[in-house]
Design a protein around this ligand. Structure first.
Ligand SMILES: [Zn+2]
Length: 309
Protein backbone atom coordinates (compact mmCIF):
# COMPACT_ATOMS: atom_id res chain seq x y z
CA UNK A 1 0.00 0.00 0.00
CA UNK A 2 1.40 3.46 -0.87
CA UNK A 3 2.50 5.40 2.18
CA UNK A 4 -0.16 8.09 1.77
CA UNK A 5 -3.01 5.56 1.60
CA UNK A 6 -1.61 3.70 4.58
CA UNK A 7 -1.50 6.93 6.56
CA UNK A 8 -5.09 7.67 5.57
CA UNK A 9 -6.17 4.18 6.64
CA UNK A 10 -4.43 4.60 10.01
CA UNK A 11 -6.18 7.94 10.53
CA UNK A 12 -9.52 6.27 9.88
CA UNK A 13 -8.74 3.55 12.41
CA UNK A 14 -7.77 6.14 15.01
CA UNK A 15 -10.90 8.19 14.37
CA UNK A 16 -13.06 5.08 14.60
CA UNK A 17 -11.34 4.30 17.90
CA UNK A 18 -12.30 7.69 19.33
CA UNK A 19 -15.96 7.09 18.61
CA UNK A 20 -16.17 3.71 20.33
CA UNK A 21 -16.03 2.76 23.98
CA UNK A 22 -12.67 2.03 25.54
CA UNK A 23 -13.94 -1.52 25.92
CA UNK A 24 -13.09 -2.07 22.28
CA UNK A 25 -9.37 -1.75 23.04
CA UNK A 26 -8.89 -2.48 26.74
CA UNK A 27 -6.12 0.16 26.82
CA UNK A 28 -5.88 3.60 28.36
CA UNK A 29 -2.95 5.95 27.72
CA UNK A 30 -1.05 3.07 26.17
CA UNK A 31 -1.39 0.81 29.20
CA UNK A 32 -3.50 -2.35 29.31
CA UNK A 33 -6.47 -2.06 31.70
CA UNK A 34 -6.45 -5.04 34.07
CA UNK A 35 -9.20 -5.57 36.65
CA UNK A 36 -8.67 -8.00 39.53
CA UNK A 37 -11.28 -9.37 41.90
CA UNK A 38 -9.24 -9.48 45.16
CA UNK A 39 -5.74 -8.91 46.56
CA UNK A 40 -3.70 -12.01 45.57
CA UNK A 41 -4.77 -11.61 41.93
CA UNK A 42 -4.04 -7.87 42.12
CA UNK A 43 -0.56 -8.69 43.47
CA UNK A 44 0.22 -11.07 40.60
CA UNK A 45 -1.17 -8.71 37.96
CA UNK A 46 0.81 -5.72 39.29
CA UNK A 47 4.05 -7.67 39.48
CA UNK A 48 3.70 -9.46 36.14
CA UNK A 49 2.10 -6.56 34.28
CA UNK A 50 4.67 -4.03 35.51
CA UNK A 51 4.62 -0.57 33.93
CA UNK A 52 2.69 -1.80 30.87
CA UNK A 53 -0.59 -2.30 32.77
CA UNK A 54 -2.97 -0.32 34.94
CA UNK A 55 -4.51 -2.58 37.61
CA UNK A 56 -7.85 -1.85 39.32
CA UNK A 57 -8.81 -4.10 42.24
CA UNK A 58 -12.52 -4.59 42.99
CA UNK A 59 -12.10 -5.26 46.74
CA UNK A 60 -11.21 -2.22 48.83
CA UNK A 61 -8.12 -2.62 51.07
CA UNK A 62 -9.14 -4.13 54.41
CA UNK A 63 -12.57 -5.18 53.11
CA UNK A 64 -13.88 -8.72 53.14
CA UNK A 65 -13.82 -9.97 49.51
CA UNK A 66 -16.35 -12.82 49.93
CA UNK A 67 -19.33 -10.50 49.93
CA UNK A 68 -18.09 -7.66 47.73
CA UNK A 69 -20.76 -5.52 46.04
CA UNK A 70 -19.96 -3.62 42.85
CA UNK A 71 -20.99 -0.06 42.08
CA UNK A 72 -21.74 1.04 38.47
CA UNK A 73 -18.28 2.61 38.12
CA UNK A 74 -16.65 -0.71 39.02
CA UNK A 75 -18.86 -2.57 36.54
CA UNK A 76 -17.66 0.03 34.01
CA UNK A 77 -14.01 -0.83 34.71
CA UNK A 78 -14.84 -4.49 34.01
CA UNK A 79 -16.42 -3.49 30.68
CA UNK A 80 -13.31 -1.44 29.80
CA UNK A 81 -10.75 -4.06 30.85
CA UNK A 82 -8.34 -5.82 28.53
CA UNK A 83 -8.17 -8.63 31.10
CA UNK A 84 -10.21 -9.47 34.21
CA UNK A 85 -8.68 -11.89 36.73
CA UNK A 86 -11.21 -13.43 39.13
CA UNK A 87 -12.21 -16.72 40.75
CA UNK A 88 -15.62 -17.89 39.68
CA UNK A 89 -17.94 -18.81 42.58
CA UNK A 90 -16.00 -16.77 45.18
CA UNK A 91 -17.75 -13.40 44.66
CA UNK A 92 -21.19 -13.67 43.03
CA UNK A 93 -21.33 -9.95 42.14
CA UNK A 94 -18.07 -10.26 40.19
CA UNK A 95 -19.28 -13.42 38.45
CA UNK A 96 -22.39 -11.61 37.23
CA UNK A 97 -20.47 -8.57 35.98
CA UNK A 98 -17.87 -10.72 34.20
CA UNK A 99 -20.60 -12.79 32.51
CA UNK A 100 -22.31 -9.64 31.24
CA UNK A 101 -19.39 -7.32 30.51
CA UNK A 102 -16.17 -9.29 29.99
CA UNK A 103 -16.94 -12.39 27.91
CA UNK A 104 -13.69 -13.73 26.41
CA UNK A 105 -11.55 -11.25 28.38
CA UNK A 106 -11.64 -12.96 31.78
CA UNK A 107 -9.30 -15.44 33.44
CA UNK A 108 -10.95 -17.69 36.04
CA UNK A 109 -8.11 -18.61 38.45
CA UNK A 110 -10.15 -21.60 39.62
CA UNK A 111 -10.05 -23.11 36.14
CA UNK A 112 -6.27 -23.29 35.75
CA UNK A 113 -5.43 -25.29 38.89
CA UNK A 114 -7.20 -28.22 40.56
CA UNK A 115 -9.46 -27.00 43.38
CA UNK A 116 -9.96 -28.88 46.65
CA UNK A 117 -13.44 -29.71 47.90
CA UNK A 118 -14.70 -27.65 50.79
CA UNK A 119 -13.42 -28.96 54.12
CA UNK A 120 -15.20 -26.71 56.55
CA UNK A 121 -15.86 -26.98 60.25
CA UNK A 122 -15.14 -29.77 62.66
CA UNK A 123 -18.02 -31.90 61.45
CA UNK A 124 -17.75 -31.05 57.78
CA UNK A 125 -20.57 -28.54 57.55
CA UNK A 126 -20.89 -24.90 58.49
CA UNK A 127 -22.77 -23.90 61.60
CA UNK A 128 -26.24 -22.45 60.88
CA UNK A 129 -26.03 -18.68 60.71
CA UNK A 130 -22.37 -18.62 59.70
CA UNK A 131 -21.84 -15.17 58.25
CA UNK A 132 -19.13 -16.23 55.87
CA UNK A 133 -19.94 -19.14 53.58
CA UNK A 134 -16.57 -20.50 52.46
CA UNK A 135 -17.62 -21.92 49.14
CA UNK A 136 -17.18 -21.39 45.44
CA UNK A 137 -20.85 -22.20 44.95
CA UNK A 138 -19.80 -25.52 43.44
CA UNK A 139 -18.78 -26.85 46.85
CA UNK A 140 -15.10 -26.16 46.12
CA UNK A 141 -12.74 -24.23 48.39
CA UNK A 142 -11.74 -20.85 46.89
CA UNK A 143 -8.61 -20.06 48.99
CA UNK A 144 -6.24 -21.44 46.37
CA UNK A 145 -3.64 -18.61 46.64
CA UNK A 146 -2.47 -19.95 50.02
CA UNK A 147 -0.73 -22.81 48.17
CA UNK A 148 2.39 -21.27 46.54
CA UNK A 149 2.57 -24.12 44.01
CA UNK A 150 -0.95 -23.55 42.68
CA UNK A 151 -0.40 -19.79 42.89
CA UNK A 152 2.69 -20.16 40.64
CA UNK A 153 0.54 -21.83 37.99
CA UNK A 154 -1.95 -18.95 38.23
CA UNK A 155 1.02 -16.56 37.77
CA UNK A 156 2.00 -18.38 34.56
CA UNK A 157 -1.54 -18.05 33.24
CA UNK A 158 -1.79 -14.35 34.09
CA UNK A 159 1.46 -13.83 32.16
CA UNK A 160 0.09 -15.75 29.19
CA UNK A 161 -3.23 -13.91 29.16
CA UNK A 162 -1.57 -10.48 29.49
CA UNK A 163 0.51 -11.39 26.43
CA UNK A 164 -2.58 -12.37 24.46
CA UNK A 165 -4.34 -9.12 25.41
CA UNK A 166 -1.25 -6.99 24.68
CA UNK A 167 0.97 -8.90 22.21
CA UNK A 168 3.42 -5.99 21.84
CA UNK A 169 4.63 -6.61 25.41
CA UNK A 170 4.18 -10.40 25.55
CA UNK A 171 7.92 -11.00 26.07
CA UNK A 172 7.95 -8.69 29.11
CA UNK A 173 4.93 -10.44 30.65
CA UNK A 174 6.45 -13.88 30.05
CA UNK A 175 9.75 -12.83 31.63
CA UNK A 176 8.10 -11.35 34.73
CA UNK A 177 5.74 -14.34 35.10
CA UNK A 178 8.82 -16.59 35.01
CA UNK A 179 10.45 -14.48 37.74
CA UNK A 180 7.27 -14.67 39.87
CA UNK A 181 7.08 -18.44 39.33
CA UNK A 182 10.68 -18.75 40.57
CA UNK A 183 9.97 -16.62 43.67
CA UNK A 184 6.90 -18.72 44.50
CA UNK A 185 8.87 -21.94 44.02
CA UNK A 186 11.47 -20.60 46.47
CA UNK A 187 8.70 -19.75 48.97
CA UNK A 188 7.32 -23.28 48.65
CA UNK A 189 10.76 -24.77 49.32
CA UNK A 190 11.12 -22.55 52.40
CA UNK A 191 7.67 -23.47 53.74
CA UNK A 192 8.13 -27.19 53.09
CA UNK A 193 11.46 -27.12 54.97
CA UNK A 194 10.02 -25.01 57.82
CA UNK A 195 7.02 -27.31 58.34
CA UNK A 196 8.72 -30.66 57.73
CA UNK A 197 9.38 -31.62 61.36
CA UNK A 198 6.70 -30.46 63.74
CA UNK A 199 5.42 -31.76 67.08
CA UNK A 200 1.79 -30.98 66.20
CA UNK A 201 0.00 -31.07 62.83
CA UNK A 202 -3.42 -29.53 63.39
CA UNK A 203 -4.20 -25.89 62.64
CA UNK A 204 -7.25 -24.78 64.62
CA UNK A 205 -8.51 -21.65 62.90
CA UNK A 206 -11.50 -19.32 62.92
CA UNK A 207 -11.46 -18.90 59.16
CA UNK A 208 -11.39 -22.15 57.19
CA UNK A 209 -9.07 -20.64 54.58
CA UNK A 210 -5.99 -22.79 55.11
CA UNK A 211 -6.84 -26.17 53.62
CA UNK A 212 -4.64 -25.63 50.53
CA UNK A 213 -1.71 -24.66 52.73
CA UNK A 214 -2.38 -27.53 55.17
CA UNK A 215 -2.71 -30.08 52.37
CA UNK A 216 0.51 -28.90 50.67
CA UNK A 217 2.58 -29.24 53.86
CA UNK A 218 1.03 -32.31 55.48
CA UNK A 219 -1.04 -30.47 58.10
CA UNK A 220 -4.75 -30.71 59.02
CA UNK A 221 -7.07 -27.75 59.31
CA UNK A 222 -9.72 -27.72 62.05
CA UNK A 223 -12.11 -24.89 61.24
CA UNK A 224 -14.16 -23.11 63.88
CA UNK A 225 -17.13 -22.03 61.80
CA UNK A 226 -20.05 -19.94 62.88
CA UNK A 227 -17.86 -17.26 64.40
CA UNK A 228 -18.78 -13.71 63.57
CA UNK A 229 -17.69 -10.57 65.42
CA UNK A 230 -21.10 -10.43 67.16
CA UNK A 231 -21.82 -14.08 67.88
CA UNK A 232 -19.87 -16.54 69.95
CA UNK A 233 -19.75 -20.15 68.78
CA UNK A 234 -22.44 -22.40 70.20
CA UNK A 235 -21.63 -24.48 73.31
CA UNK A 236 -21.87 -27.61 71.14
CA UNK A 237 -19.30 -26.23 68.70
CA UNK A 238 -17.03 -25.06 71.52
CA UNK A 239 -17.17 -28.53 73.05
CA UNK A 240 -16.13 -30.17 69.79
CA UNK A 241 -13.28 -27.73 69.16
CA UNK A 242 -12.03 -28.16 72.71
CA UNK A 243 -12.15 -31.94 72.38
CA UNK A 244 -10.22 -31.90 69.09
CA UNK A 245 -7.73 -29.35 70.33
CA UNK A 246 -6.99 -31.33 73.49
CA UNK A 247 -6.63 -34.58 71.53
CA UNK A 248 -3.91 -32.97 69.40
CA UNK A 249 -2.30 -31.08 72.29
CA UNK A 250 -3.07 -27.80 70.55
CA UNK A 251 -1.36 -24.80 72.11
CA UNK A 252 -2.59 -22.11 69.73
CA UNK A 253 -5.96 -21.09 68.30
CA UNK A 254 -5.57 -19.06 65.12
CA UNK A 255 -7.78 -16.13 64.27
CA UNK A 256 -7.79 -13.81 61.34
CA UNK A 257 -7.20 -10.14 61.89
CA UNK A 258 -10.79 -8.90 61.57
CA UNK A 259 -12.41 -11.28 64.07
CA UNK A 260 -13.07 -9.94 67.57
CA UNK A 261 -10.27 -10.85 70.01
CA UNK A 262 -12.97 -11.42 72.68
CA UNK A 263 -14.23 -14.49 70.85
CA UNK A 264 -10.68 -15.62 70.22
CA UNK A 265 -9.85 -15.43 73.88
CA UNK A 266 -13.05 -17.24 74.89
CA UNK A 267 -12.24 -20.20 72.66
CA UNK A 268 -8.60 -20.24 73.68
CA UNK A 269 -9.48 -20.14 77.41
CA UNK A 270 -11.90 -23.03 76.90
CA UNK A 271 -9.15 -25.23 75.48
CA UNK A 272 -6.30 -23.80 77.56
CA UNK A 273 -4.47 -22.38 74.56
CA UNK A 274 -3.13 -19.03 73.43
CA UNK A 275 -4.22 -17.11 70.33
CA UNK A 276 -2.25 -16.02 67.28
CA UNK A 277 -3.02 -14.56 63.87
CA UNK A 278 -2.96 -16.44 60.58
CA UNK A 279 -3.62 -14.11 57.67
CA UNK A 280 -5.79 -15.58 54.87
CA UNK A 281 -4.45 -12.87 52.52
CA UNK A 282 -7.87 -11.95 51.23
CA UNK A 283 -6.76 -8.34 51.60
CA UNK A 284 -3.76 -6.57 53.08
CA UNK A 285 -4.13 -5.32 56.65
CA UNK A 286 -0.60 -3.99 57.27
CA UNK A 287 1.00 -1.12 55.35
CA UNK A 288 4.12 -2.17 53.48
CA UNK A 289 3.17 -5.86 53.51
CA UNK A 290 2.79 -7.98 50.38
CA UNK A 291 1.95 -11.59 49.52
CA UNK A 292 5.46 -12.84 50.33
CA UNK A 293 5.88 -11.00 53.63
CA UNK A 294 2.46 -12.18 54.88
CA UNK A 295 3.15 -15.78 53.85
CA UNK A 296 6.47 -15.66 55.73
CA UNK A 297 4.68 -14.21 58.81
CA UNK A 298 2.20 -17.09 58.54
CA UNK A 299 5.07 -19.58 58.32
CA UNK A 300 6.67 -18.15 61.47
CA UNK A 301 3.32 -18.28 63.34
CA UNK A 302 2.76 -21.89 62.27
CA UNK A 303 6.26 -23.00 63.22
CA UNK A 304 5.83 -21.53 66.68
CA UNK A 305 2.33 -22.98 67.22
CA UNK A 306 3.12 -26.43 65.87
CA UNK A 307 6.50 -26.81 67.57
CA UNK A 308 8.51 -27.23 64.36
CA UNK A 309 12.27 -27.72 64.47
ZN1 LIG B 1 -12.17 -16.73 53.04
Amino acid sequence: MPIRLLAAALTLVVLAGCGTRAAASGFHDGRLNVVTAFYPLEFLSERIGGPQVHVTDLTKPGAEPHDVELNPRQVGTIADAGLVAYLRGFQPAVDDAVAQEAKGRALDAGRVVPLLPLADGTDGKPEPGADHPETTGSGMDPHVWLDPVRFATIADQIGRRLGLADPAHAADYTARAGQMHAELTALNTEMAAGLRQCTRHEIVTSHSAFNYLATRYGLTQVGITGISPEAEPSPRRMGKIAQLARADGTTTIFFETLVSPKVAETVAREVGARTAVLDPLEGLTKPGADYFSVMRDNLAALRSALGCS
